[in-house]
Ligand binder design. Structure first.
Ligand code: COA
Ligand code: AMP
Length: 632
């Protein structure tokens, strides 16, 4: 394997040849004769005439090659104390049977299936069963409330919903089925059937005629063969936060996705067949899709799926216990998880009780990793810590350090160098590339490589306006940052109203819509305030309507409850400041940048267009009072 420089140069010299070669990692029903069709979709489509089945490539192919007895998916639940291993053969057989059960209720190629499940093997089995049929799954993260689930049900119009009766969070059982039932009363669309995994911690009531017991249906079904689909057919839709309250339906295709993810395992992660990979994420997020389910299985690895937290289930040694127990070679997690562990075990004393000799490297992504956390972890573990930058839209790392060859230098705070396929630049506001080291809008030269979202669900035009219009010829990432003289990329944060809370991408616009719906609220803004554990936490500022004479603390409490109920616990929305005015320009635009500056407690940029400069001092006092309260 070559180092990053020659790998990247190989792609630069012959981009189509590079991807043609990577496509040979996949078993095609019909090999693509064309690598890229520039005329299709918002920016082109990869492998347009190829045909394949993703579940065949994840499962059957390895069984047929003699690896049927190799562990494919190891589920380790810190919540129940169970460990369950599925070999490639066992996983293929369960996926084929569940696909049979879905087909029996009419699910076929192109049909959508919403999956609302916690971290259980059946979540991966459900995803792969859809892939087997050429159906399109849409996984909804378990921490979202019923109205968010309803929005996603209406957006994808699924024929079937697959859910679990409950999820397990520290200290509480979260009943999923009532959330699903409520979502189905809120949604306009009606699925024809629901399949429910009954967990013993809280079995659900099933509605006759609509709901099926998932395990019983699987047991009774005949196995279904993989259905070959067009490489450009959608494999899944994953909704992610945009700048408005309406989430974006990110589409992933079958062919480009399989090729890009299969290629990422040896090049970026430096692993090969039989190695053990653990992405401590959730199947509800893109990292879970790509690196708990698809990439490890495409590459014939053993994937560890963990139900639990980095701390508190039961202690800060949970990660080291899982690594030791399953001989994990690469761990992928979010910086928040490492900060949580460090807070409880600052010298990493607990690691001494565990054999971590299998561990080769730790990959961190999902949010900006603060340099002290990266340095601390690398020193404590004496293993490379690899920050890598990506988005739900890209599906795999835009930048990283590459374990397939000699690692590029450790630069804490940088996301590393672009993966082959991505040309990254910082652009000024008019779209001209900036010199090395200058900060601007991070953008990726079109076309995006295989594996990246080719479009939004049913919305080519929305894709163009969201990502392609601002800087012609480039994909706008929405992140600000710079590229240094060595080509390393430094991501500083979003340029829009998306915030990142514990590695979870959330829209402040969606929270503002909830606050604005309160009868006493005249105006509001939600911003991300820095938080030492979760990176950012949402803070709401509200101005009450004239005549609203109720206790502001009571109103604040109601607003916190409303966000939890309508968006979900995952928003971690706990702070509301009731203020007399928001900072605005003379034309009435809320000065969010000024609010963010106030929240960070640093120097505040006050633009000359501000309507009333005095409001800044009053707000500074309000933020100061919150900080003082937090310190107590
Ligand atoms: N189903 C239901 N509720 C969920 C949930 C799920 N799948 N996931 C989270 N929640 C709830 C939590 O119970 C919590 O509820 P609470 O307000 O009643 O306590 C809330 O959503 C916030 O959850 P979380 O952000 O996970 O915070 P936490 O305080 O429970 O745990 C950490 C803190 C640091 C342990 C946790 O944030 C963590 O593990 N972070 C790593 C993030 C990560 O891996 N991100 C993936 C991106 S790659
Ligand atoms: P998501 O779509 O949930 O993966 O969130 C994508 C966003 O998370 C990016 O646009 C960045 O703002 C942020 N992000 C992800 N990984 C990194 C990283 N390694 N460094 C900095 N920011 C990151």
């Amino acid at each position: 394997m070559t180092d990053h420089g020659s790998l990247y140069q190989g792609w630069r010299d012959d981009p189509l040849g590079y991807w043609r070669e990577q496509a040979s990692r996949i078993a095609w029903e019909t090999a693509p004769s064309e690598v890229f069709d520039a005329a299709a979709g918002p920016y082109g489509r990869w492998f347009p005439d190829g045909r394949l089945n993703t579940s065949y490539n994840c499962l059957d192919r390895h069984v047929e090659a003699g690896a049927g007895d190799r562990p494919a998916l190891v589920w380790d639940s810190a919540m129940t104390g169970e460990v369950v291993t599925h070999t490639y053969r066992e996983l293929r057989d369960r996926v084929a049977k569940l696909a049979g059960a879905l087909a029996a209720v009419g699910v076929g190629r192109g049909d959508r299936v919403v999956i609302y499940m916690p971290m259980v093997p059946e979540a991966a089995i459900a995803m792969l069963a859809c892939a087997r049929l050429g159906a399109v799954h849409s996984v909804v993260f378990g921490g979202f409330a019923s109205s968010e689930l309803a929005t996603r049900i209406d957006a994808t119009a699924p024929r079937v919903v697959i859910a679990a009766s409950c999820g397990l969070e520290p200290g509480r059982v979260v009943e999923y089925k009532p959330v699903l039932d409520e979502a189905l009363t809120l949604a306009r669309h009606r699925p024809e059937a629901c399949f429910v995994l009954q967990r013993p911690q809280a079995p659900a009531e099933l509605m006759a005629g609509r709901d099926h017991d998932l395990l019983a249906a699987e047991a009774a079904a005949s196995p279904h063969d993989p259905v070959p689909v067009q490489a450009t057919d959608p494999l899944y839709i994953l909704h992610t936060s945009g700048t408005t309250g309406r989430p974006k339906g990110i589409v992933r295709d079958n062919g480009g996705h399989a090729v890009a993810l299969a290629a990422s395992i040896p090049t970026i992660f430096g692993l090969s067949e039989g190695d053990v990979y653990w992405a401590a994420s959730d199947v509800g997020w893109v990292v879970g899709h790509s690196y708990i389910v698809y990439a490890p299985l495409l590459a014939g690895l053993t994937s560890v799926m963990y139900e639990g937290k980095p701390v508190g289930t039961p202690d800060a040694a949970a990660f080291w216990r899982v690594i030791e127990r399953h001989r994990v070679n690469v761990l992928f997690t979010a910086p928040t998880a490492i900060r949580a562990i460090r807070r409880q075990d600052p010298e990493l004393d607990l690691k001494a009780e565990h054999d971590l000799s299998s561990l080769q490297a730790v990959f961190l992504a999902g949010e900006r990793c603060d340099p002290p956390t990266a340095i601390w972890l690398q020193e404590q573990l004496d293993r490379p810590v690899i920050d890598n930058w990506w988005q739900t839209e890209t599906g795999w790392p835009i930048t990283a350090r590459f374990r397939g060859g000699e690692l590029t230098p450790f630069k804490p705070g940088s996301g590393g160098r672009p993966s082959p396929g991505f040309e990254v630049a910082a652009l000024d506001d008019l779209g001209s590339p900036l010199a090395a080291g200058e900060t601007g809008n991070l953008a990726i030269r079109l076309p995006l490589p295989p594996g990246c979202a080719p479009t939004l669900w049913g919305d080519d035009e929305g894709y163009r306006t969201s990502y392609l219009e601002d800087f012609p010829g480039w994909y706008r990432t929405g992140d600000a940052g710079r590229v240094d003289g060595d080509g390393d990329v430094w991501v500083l944060g979003r340029t829009d109203d998306i915030i990142n809370v514990a590695g979870h991408r959330l829209s402040t616009g969606a929270m503002e819509e909830v606050l604005a719906a309160h009868p006493d609220v005249a105006e509001c803004a939600v911003i991300g305030a820095p938080d030492p554990l979760k990176g950012e936490l949402p803070t709401g500022l509200v101005v009450l309507k004239t005549g609203a004479d109720r206790d502001p603390a009571a109103i604040a409490g109601e607003l916190v409850a409303m966000v939890r109920e309508r968006i979900g616990a995952v928003a971690s929305f706990r702070t509301v400041l009731v203020v007399d005015q928001l900072p605005k320009t003379r034309s009435g635009k809320i000065l969010r940048r000024t609010l963010r500056d106030l929240a960070t407690g640093g120097p505040v940029q006050v633009p000359p267009t501000i309507e009333d400069p005095d409001v800044v001092d009053r707000l500074r006092e309000a933020f100061g009072a919150v900080e003082a309260q937090a310190a107590r």
